[in-house]
Design a protein around this ligand. Structure first.
Ligand code: ATP
Length: 330
């Protein structure tokens, strides 16, 4: 039997936090599905819209001109109702109403947990595409939005460095990452930070002490990158502590905040989103279900949803070591 004929209509939604590249993925899913003769529906506001029935057909031209836009044209939301069996039953009724046979869910690990529960209960083939600027989902080396967010942070810090060096000031820069420090670590390396402080390691605090001792002698400027989820409680708390211990130092804080989620997706995000979107439709047509599309060694992989939890990846020690080699004060 040709499995490729079993699915006729797919729904696509974006869920959880938005990330640059989601639109490129929506475009790729829509166009690939149409290419294979499927009908496509866009579900607005993630699982919330699946329950409330905010569902509309997507044509090839509906996804024109969105590749370069940040955010998501399908909007996104978090839905407490979808965590309940009643909520998922209402969502299923809407799939029946629109004749939707299969789903593509673009989001983070929480969205995949929801997709997994739903697809088990109602036997709806579901494929996920990882989208989060934290790049912290296990089973894939890349999640949509990470490269764009890195570039956004780097651009902002380059500007802050100009004023830091003019005044001989120390800036504590807080970047997103409640549990994951990869964005802070990679942008810290890219910006030549004096210390990098992340939830997964205590090493950055020692580097900070060393830098502050050096700074008192030389009075040069400095950048300290801090992931928002660090053990001290973020950049403001850490700066308060340093200011009280070293009142003679001029420590300023800059919290980059939600700007890190926005902006035009980078080339990498557009290409990977397109690859993943096409791969998601192929996977559904090949009778795959309850998997996330991943990227490992630059190759598309299929990862079962139950292996896509937030990664407690051990941070690459090599990156910390490199930072020490390159810091002139170390
Ligand atoms: P981000 O990484 O940006 O937080 P995410 O996809 O992990 O993205 P969550 O808020 O964790 O974001 O999950 C998105 C939605 O998925 C939730 O609002 C909820 O509707 C659904 N969801 C999450 N976990 C479950 C679950 N165990 N059962 C059912 N639905 C779930």
């Amino acid at each position: 039997m040709d499995k490729r004929r079993e699915i006729k209509t797919i729904g696509v939604l974006t869920s959880g936090g938005d990330a640059p590249g989601m639109n490129a993925a929506v475009r790729a899913v829509t166009r690939a599905a149409i290419h294979h003769g499927l009908q496509v529906y866009g579900v607005m506001y993630g699982y919330h819209g699946l329950i409330s029935g905010e569902i509309r057909p997507l044509t090839s031209s509906d996804v024109s001109g969105i590749m370069h836009q940040g955010g998501t044209i399908l909007k996104t939301a978090r839905s407490e109702e979808f965590r309940t069996t009643e909520g998922r039953a209402a969502a299923y009724q809407n799939l029946v109403k629109y004749g939707i046979d299969a789903l593509v869910v673009i989001g983070g690990d929480g969205s995949f947990s929801g997709a997994s529960a739903f697809s088990k209960e109602y036997d709806i083939p579901t494929v996920g595409i990882p989208g989060t600027i934290d790049n912290d989902i296990s089973g894939t080396e890349y999640t949509l939005g990470y490269d764009t967010a890195m570039n956004t942070v780097i651009e902002a810090v380059d500007k802050i460095k100009d004023t830091a060096s003019s005044h001989g000031r120390i800036f504590f820069i807080e970047v997103m990452g409640r549990e994951a420090g990869l964005l802070a670590l990679s942008t810290g390396i890219a910006c030549g930070a004096e210390a990098i402080i992340i939830p997964e390691s205590d090493e950055g605090y020692k580097d900070l002490e060393k830098f502050l001792a050096h700074y008192k002698e030389k009075k040069s400027s400095g950048i300290v990158m801090i992931a928002e989820g660090d053990k001290a409680g973020g950049a403001l708390k850490l700066a308060e502590r340093v200011n009280s211990e070293y009142p003679e130092l001029d420590v300023r804080v800059s919290i980059l905040g939600h700007m890190q989620r926005g902006g035009n997706p980078s080339g990498i995000d557009r290409v990977v989103a397109t690859q993943m979107g096409v791969a998601a439709v192929d996977a559904l047509l090949d009778d795959q279900k309850s998997i996330m599309i991943g990227l490992v060694n630059n190759k598309i992989t299929h990862v079962p949803f139950n292996k896509t939890v937030k990664a407690n990846r051990s941070i690459d020690q090599n990156l910390f070591d490199i930072q020490k080699v390159l810091n002139k004060w170390y």
